[in-house]
Design a protein around this ligand. Sequence first.
Ligand SMILES: [Zn+2]
Ligand SMILES: [Zn+2]
Length: 70
Amino acid sequence: MEIIGVAYRLCPRCFRAVPAASGERYCPNDGTRLLETCPRCQTPIPSPYARFCVVCGQGFGLVTSKGGKA
Ligand SMILES: [Zn+2]
Ligand SMILES: [Zn+2]
């Protein structure tokens, strides 16, 4: 399979980013499943600093209604 450029996996909870090639699937900080692509449009995540999808504007962070302070 071709990978277009460098893609990243991103933790939706703490925004830790790792290269997709690292093979990490879960965040070592909080055990959250890393996002590999945009949850809405499946666009690969092009930057470790991305917080929103560049194509559809979907936020990558977890949406919680609890609003607890960290
Ligand atoms: Zn995390
Ligand atoms: Zn998207």
